[in-house]
Design a protein around this ligand. Structure first.
Ligand code: 13P
Length: 254
């Protein structure tokens, strides 16, 4: 059985004060929800403070990115070892990193290796663009992204994958649950080709892209989808709590 995982990717939102207020509003209720791994991914500058606020709870932290080098002249960057002790997870290869900051599959691969070396669990993001989707290239694009990101990586039990179709991110136009389930099945087959069926059946694969409390239920009914990577809706306490609560209820009865 795969433990469902809901992660909130706050992106470049929330000052330290806003972050503290949001976490205070959610912590008690979020902590009580069982059967779902709950991860908050605030901006780097809030990680240390939030870590203190959630200590002793079942809530975990993730970073939104990191550099693959351990140290050096990389102005503005954060290294894997700086995240150790603060975070369990790190989001890697998010489409916004790929498209706005030019991260290639090769860079994502280096980051995945660096994260695993540091004992951080990557949340590896993959997903096709609208034109690729319309040209029927979804299978090819996500399979290639997964294989390149994991090239030379030994069986990564700690890996989480997030399938985020680019056209669904921040658009209010999510994938259908069935479409997302099919593509996640394709991603799982790619993992099976790399590491065998046993590992593939254990790796958790989330859906991301315009997830809200209103549509999470449909996604969580799908057998291949093991949770969600939530952007905009993770910035509202009630929305995020409802998403996690519905996931717990649906995955429990399955
Ligand atoms: P939205 O939920 O705002 O569409 O963002 C999804 C996402 O990119 C999460 O990483």
């Amino acid at each position: 059985m795969r433990l469902p995982i809901i992660a909130g990717n706050w992106k470049m939102n929330a000052t330290l004060k806003e972050a503290i207020d949001l976490v205070r509003e959610m912590t008690e209720r979020l902590d009580r929800i069982k059967g779902v791994e709950k991860v908050l991914c605030p901006p780097f500058i809030s990680l240390a403070t939030i870590k203190e606020l959630i200590t002793g709870s079942s809530i975990k932290l993730g970073a939104q990115n990191m550099h693959f080098e351990e140290r050096g002249a990389y102005t503005g960057e954060i290294s894997p070892s700086m995240l150790i002790g603060l975070c369990d997870f790190v989001i890697l290869g998010h489409s916004e990193r790929r498209h706005y900051f030019g991260e290639s599959d090769e860079v994502v691969n280096k980051k995945v290796k660096a994260a695993l070396r540091a004992g951080l669990k990557p949340i590896l993001c993959v997903g096709e663009r609208l034109e690729e989707n319309e040209m029927g290239r979804t299978r090819e694009v996500v399979t290639t992204q997964v294989k390149l990101a994991l090239s030379g990586v030994s069986p990564p039990e700690e890996l989480v994958i997030a399938y985020e179709p680019v056209w669904a991110i921040g658009t209010g136009r999510p994938s259908t649950p069935e479409q997302a389930n099919d593509t996640i099945g394709i991603i799982r087959s790619a993992i099976a080709e790399l590491y065998g069926e046993a590992i593939a059946s254990e790796i958790r694969i989330q859906y991301g892209g315009s997830v809200t409390s209103g549509n999470i239920g449909g996604f969580m009914q799908q057998p291949e989808i093991d949770g969600a990577l939530v952007g905009g809706a993770s910035l509202k306490a009630e929305e995020f709590l409802s998403i996690v609560e519905q996931t717990a209820a649906i995955k429990k009865v399955r």
